[in-house]
Ligand binder design. Structure first.
Ligand code: NAG
Ligand code: NAG
Ligand code: NAG
Ligand code: NAG
Length: 959
């Protein structure tokens, strides 16, 4: 069962449960009142008034509190057992703990991501000790300080405690260890990303029942005290991203199964003590400071070891000599995954691989090791159980001799030889040596040599083929159609015979009309001209079709209507013309048709695709009015219609799009007023899901879903976080990803940015600029609480700037320039502390400019110019009655004092200016929500799935 169907079943199950609740459940009155009291207490602080909307005191529905959002009840007793109150508050806030006391049966309480600093006066966490069933408490991503630690001991029933990312400080000291010792049931403790030093360790030693301990991304150094060694029940310990050099006291952790020691400063001296952890199954030592020769023998006693990660360590073997070291690895009888990637082994590793006879080894990674020369495959022949072999980013070249009687790697299914110097002859070899190969990464090689039908027929059972960035011959392209089993084919940016870009004036240079199993086809960034091929219509399993950035012309063929499973289509940056067909498949979720020459009205094109998440048809020549059916696309998150010739009013149906995060209707001929119902667009992620793990899930990857997000607990004991919808991931092995990410262009802060993958979920903006809109800016605009960018410039808007605009606390970019606005700029606008781009230029505004403080001290004349009646700094015109001495003309008599003022001014100016320059980076400081999301993203990338990072970090380089 794949995760999707599992999820489906889960949903069905949830719907059943919720449905059942609806009909028969009455919740306990005390708890119903308790929830309402909680709501009343937090209401003034909520990020968004739509949060907790279902929590209403309504007589007719008074007994439905079990069906309220973020509340879960026991279906037998109707008592509240879980409250997911995370990510609701972004202002500093003190919690009234007594509000939770009505929930006697509460088991699981999440308050993460709420900017909580502390508790109201005379309260502490010990109040929660009265909830005898409380097992899971999540306080991560808040601003708690050390004062909460002494009272933790009162939470005697607690099993899981999450305190990652708070504001704890060093040194860590409070009286007595005893309080923590009382948490006798605590099995999971997460203290990641807190900057903690060793002073906390004695306290941790008191938690005798701990099984999972996450201490990653702190500041632990040597000497490492003994205390952790007493945690005899520990099964998983994450110490990655600290500054540890060695740790000799680990030997007593006899039950430890998972140890992540990546990204520290360990040297060889740690190895003897690691070698005695007999229960270890997964060990990561990536990126440390080991020296050569590496004493493999020290690890040879780890009989239960399944995964060993020694990547990024500068390891090498002694040139020319048989390295005795590998022999010792042979004793790891259960080793399944060995990661040697990104070391410096060079060619000399090849003869030594013969010593790796481990029968259990399934996955070997030697990528990025400067291995040059020919590749015969014979080297790996002892590893006859190998299923996955990664050799990318080496200098292998490929004119192997076919050795008679060569041993075949019968079990190998995945081979990655991308970014080497292989030539076409390797293909004959692959078929001969690897009879069961299913996944082949060939990208970045020169495969332009002659090729026969036979060569490719040996690959006829391939399911995944990645040819991106390769040099290919015309024959090769012609024969691709013989690979009838293909499910995934990537052939983006292929190069022609002489290494230059392919250029096909005529039709598509290949046909896949027989590859009826194809699910993903990416042929983007080629120079293919001609019409889109009709055979696409035969590929009835196709889910992802990417042919962006070619020279396709002519209309989108009607055959597309037959692709009943298509979810992602990207035909952007071509010369497609004609009408958008009105029979696009219902299954569509992501549509990118931007930068073509499509014309005519949009008609009914996507009216039945109610699952649509992204619709980007910007920069075409569409005309006619905005279709009303867009309002039915209830999942729509991104709507980009910029740069067309659309006319008529903005239909109120657009106000129904309550999941929207980016809407760009700019550069059209839209007229009429801005509908006040736009306030219904919340521009905010509505996410109450908690992503947590428990012991039972330690071994198998598991999936939890939020809107658009899948989180899995990976092989290596860390999180893998990816957006299930925004990215299409080719993964054949945990920890190995090659990803296609969805990307979207949107202007914030006066520049185009490209947002990719998961970042897309975090951007909220509305752009109506460069249209013919008239009337007032509706005061309701102040209700778009989550919005980051608002651009209404270059219209004919009149009336005054509504004061409510100062409610948009997340706003980073506000452009109202080139309209007919009158009246004064509301002084409250200086409350927009996140603003880094602001302009009201070229209107008829009058009165005084906003006070020159904080962000507003950084906006120059250009933000206000073209408003003849405006006065005050930074404009030259001073306001009547104001005795302002222009700073430049100030007498220099009291230099001392003035110098001081000036310095302060310059300092604050420079600070703000840097803030602007740093762009996104600054946003993370200003906005706790974003900061957290970013840290989360970074964390999940760097902790374990470095492949993911290598492949994708540059894609986040918009930051
Ligand atoms: C609900 O409560 C009943 C009775 O106390 C208990 O037996 C059952 O395990 C509970 N279910 C859950 C999901 O907690
Ligand atoms: C090599 O590339 C150039 C530049 O595009 C092209 O004009 C030429 O025809 C190509 N030569 C061959 C042999 O394909
Ligand atoms: C949408 O679905 C309805 C009902 O199935 C159908 O009659 C109509 O033709 C469809 N419209 C489009 C544009 O596919
Ligand atoms: C906007 O939301 C309000 C309250 O939820 C609702 O009554 C109204 O119909 C909505 N307006 C539109 C145009 O969707």
């Amino acid at each position: 069962m794949n995760s999707r169907s599992a999820l489906g079943i889960l949903w069905v199950w949830m719907i059943l449960v919720v449905g059942f609740n609806h009909e028969t459940l009455g919740c306990v009155e005390e708890e119903r009142k308790g929830l309402l009291e909680f709501k009343a207490y937090v209401q003034p602080y909520l990020n968004n008034p739509t949060l907790l909307q279902s929590w209403v005191d309504d007589d007719s529905r008074s007994h439905e509190c079990c069906a309220w959002e973020r509340v879960e009840c026991n279906s037998t007793t109707n008592r509240v057992i879980q409250l997911s109150l995370n990510n609701m508050i972004d202002v500093y806030f003190n919690l009234n703990v007594s509000l939770f006391l009505p929930f006697h049966e509460l088991q699981n309480l999440s308050l993460s991501g709420n900017s909580i600093m502390s508790f109201v006066e005379n309260q502490g966490l010990e109040l929660l000790g009265r909830l005898k069933k409380l097992e899971v408490l999540d306080l991560s991503s808040n601003f708690f300080n050390n004062s909460i630690f002494p009272s933790l001991g009162a939470l005697k029933s607690l099993k899981n405690l999450f305190l990652c990312e708070n504001a704890f400080s060093n040194p860590f000291s409070f009286e007595g260890l005893e309080p923590w010792g009382r948490m006798e049931k605590l099995e999971v403790l997460d203290l990641c990303r807190n900057g903690l030093d060793n002073s906390i360790l004695p306290y941790l030693g008191a938690l005798k029942s701990l099984k999972i301990l996450s201490l990653n991304e702190n500041a632990f150094t040597n000497p490492f005290p003994e205390e952790l060694a007493g945690l005899e029940n520990l099964q998983m310990l994450d110490l990655s991203w600290n500054k540890l050099e060695g740790l000799k006291t680990l030997a007593r952790l006899e039950k430890l199964e998972v140890l992540d020691f990546g990204n520290n400063a360990l040297d060889n001296s740690i190895l003897p003590s690691l070698g005695s952890l007999k229960s270890l199954k997964k060990l990561s030592l990536r990126q440390n400071s080991f020296t050569n020769p590496f004493p493999y023998e020290e690890l040879s006693g780890l009989e239960n070891l399944q995964i060993l990660d020694l990547s990024w360590n500068g390891l090498s073997s002694t040139l020319g000599l048989q390295d005795q070291g590998f022999k010792h690895l042979d004793r790891l009888k259960n080793l399944e995954v060995l990661d040697f990637s990104h070391n410096s082994f060079g060619r000399s590793i090849i003869p030594n691989l013969g010593a790796l006879k481990s029968q259990s080894l399934k996955s070997l990674d030697l990528s990025g090791n400067n291995i040059e020369g020919t590749f015969t495959g014979q080297e790996f022949a002892n590893l006859y159980n190998l299923q996955m072999l990664y050799l990318s980013e080496n200098g292998f070249n490929g004119t192997p001799q076919i050795i008679p009687g060569i041993k075949r790697l019968r079990k190998l299914e995945v081979l990655d030889i991308s970014n080497n110097k292989f030539s076409t002859t390797i293909l004959q070899y692959i078929g001969l040596l690897l009879p069961n190969i299913k996944t082949l990464y060939l990208g970045g090689n020169d495969l332009s040599g002659p090729i026969t039908d036979q060569d490719l027929s040996t690959l006829s059972e391939l399911e995944l083929l990645d040819l991106s960035d390769t040099t290919l011959s015309y024959d090769f392209l012609q024969n691709i159609g013989e690979m009838v089993s293909l499910k995934f084919l990537r052939m983006g940016n292929i190069k022609g015979l002489n290494g230059t870009q392919l250029s096909f004036k005529g039709n598509v240079p290949f046909s896949l009309s027989k590859s009826l199993s194809l699910k993903v086809l990416d042929a983007s960034d080629n120079n293919i001209a001609g019409r889109l091929p009709g055979w696409l219509g035969n590929l009835s399993d196709l889910q992802v079709l990417i042919m962006a950035n070619n020279h396709f012309k002519g209309p989108i063929p009607a055959e597309f209507c037959a692709l009943g499973k298509l979810t992602f289509v990207d035909l952007s940056m071509n010369n497609l013309n004609g009408l958008i067909p009105s029979c696009f498949p219902k299954s569509l979720e992501y549509v990118h048709l931007q930068k073509n020459e499509l014309e005519g009205p949009i008609r009914e094109a996507f009216s039945n695709s109610t699952g649509l998440v992204t619709l980007d048809i910007s920069d075409n020549m569409l005309n006619g009015s905005l279709p009303r059916w867009i309002g039915n696309l209830s999942s729509l998150g991104v709507l980009l219609l910029k740069g067309n010739r659309l006319e008529g009013n903005i239909p109120i149906q657009l106000c129904h799009l309550d999941k929207i995060n980016i809407m760009d209707l700019s550069h059209n001929n839209l007229s009429g007023p801005i509908p006040s119902c736009l306030k219904n667009l919340t521009f905010q992620r509505l996410d109450g899901t908690t992503h947590r793990f428990n012991m039972d899930e330690l071994d198998d990857p598991f999936y939890v879903s939020g809107p658009g997000i899948t989180m899995s607990y990976s092989f290596y004991s860390s999180y893998v976080y990816k957006s299930s919808l925004r990215e299409f991931t080719f993964s054949q092995n945990s920890g190995f990803f090659k990803t296609i990410m969805e990307q979207v262009e949107f202007t914030t802060k006066s520049r185009y940015d490209i947002y990719k993958g998961i970042v897309l979920e975090l951007i909220f903006g509305l752009d109506l600029s460069c249209n013919q809109l008239v009337g007032n800016i509706p005061p309701e605009i102040g209700e778009l609480h989550g919005i980051h960018a608002l651009n209404l410039s270059h219209n004919h808007l009149s009336g005054s700037i509504p004061t409510t605009i100062s409610n948009l606390k997340q706003l980073e970019s506000l452009d109202l320039s080139f309209n007919n606005l009158v009246g004064t700029i509301p002084p409250q606008i200086t409350e927009l502390h996140s603003l880094s781009v602001f302009t009201v230029a070229y209107n008829n505004l009058s009165g005084k400019t906003p006070e020159q403080k904080e962000q507003f001290a950084t906006f120059g004349k250009s933000s206000y110019e073209g408003n003849p009646l405006l006065c005050g700094e930074p404009l030259e015109k001073s306001c009547p009655g104001e005795t302002r001495e222009p700073s430049s003309a100030r007498p220099t008599s009291n230099d001392q004092e003035r110098g001081f003022d000036m310095d302060t001014f310059i300092m604050s100016f420079v600070a703000s200016y840097i803030t602007v320059l740093l762009g996104m980076a600054a946003v993370f400081y200003i906005n706790p929500y974003w900061r957290r999301q970013w840290f989360h993203l970074i964390h999940v990338c760097i902790t374990s799935c470095y492949y993911f990072v290598v492949d994708n970090l540059h894609k986040f380089s918009v930051f």
